[in-house]
Design a protein around this ligand. Sequence first.
Ligand code: SF4
Length: 346
Amino acid sequence: MTQTKKDIRTLTKEQLRAFFVEQGDKPFRGNQVYEWLWQKSAHNFEDMTSISKQTRQMLDDNFVINHIEVDNMQRSSDGTIKNAVRLHDGLIVESVLIPTKTRTTACVSSQVGCSLDCKFCATSRLKRMRNLNPDEIYDQVVAIDKESRLYHNRPLSNIVFMGMGEPLMNYNNVLKAIDKITSPEGLGMSPKRIVVSTSGVPKMIRKLADDEVKFNLAVSLHSAIQEKREKIMPFAKQFTLTDLKDSLIYWYEKTNKRITYEYVVWKGINDKDEDIKALIEFCKAAPSKVNLIEYNPIDDGEFQQADDDAIDRYITGLEANRIPVTIRRSRGKDIDAACGQLANKS
Ligand code: SF4
């Protein structure tokens, strides 16, 4: 019978140290291997050149290092890069590098497929197969950082959890990955440069606040009218706007961090004055800003980007109420890398 070897990256540093003590070695050896696994992103024990050959062999006899492979990389004319990422079990997710003048942002996936059903989103058509492990999330960031250095001559500056999946439905693994990304023993990135974007799971937003996380929170809102939001994002029947609003007030009270609302304006769906009024009221609950996102149709035509006039009315209304608003132009449209377009088509 073949015995499956354990993925060494599921071990904490303490567990690795204990493993080496059990082997009659020094605990310090665990630190060295940990550094190779995370800071140096070694994919083979062979690569751990500061460790003796005998020890590397012993590790190889006991463990594997599961890691991702970038299966297909596509580059957009605007510099955006989309990676189709193959996981150790052959499943595929996508992650995107978005360069602007001042920053390079990694948009990473947290699940294979998605358990939610947002009507406008290509990923919702893929069945949720499984959650990503912390190392699979971490590896996406490492791969994009390498591409950023190679193609844009600068390291990655920001990360958004806005790829495939609902990050708060994979809470523990997303938080473990962020721990590694922000740790000096990992990538050492500031949590201030990380945004976790949720479709709005109130219970988990409260948990984030209780866990005193240091990263930023964005919510894909798209409508502040309950019946409309249910049509756009059917799971909103379960996670109501009232409950969502309460959880966001709780988030702000605990973290003192302003919330970003991601918001797409669609023609005939949420482009009326009543929609703008409802959004303004919702925003008043806790300090927030609104990111109006340009929409990329995913093919069947039900959702279409609203006219400029509707966008202008949103901006005027929000600004009149001193609610900061920005417009995010979509990037990477020619390679289906824009928001809501990730669907393993490559
Ligand atoms: S928008 Fe996000 S939460 Fe909604 S279906 Fe798509 S991936 Fe899932």
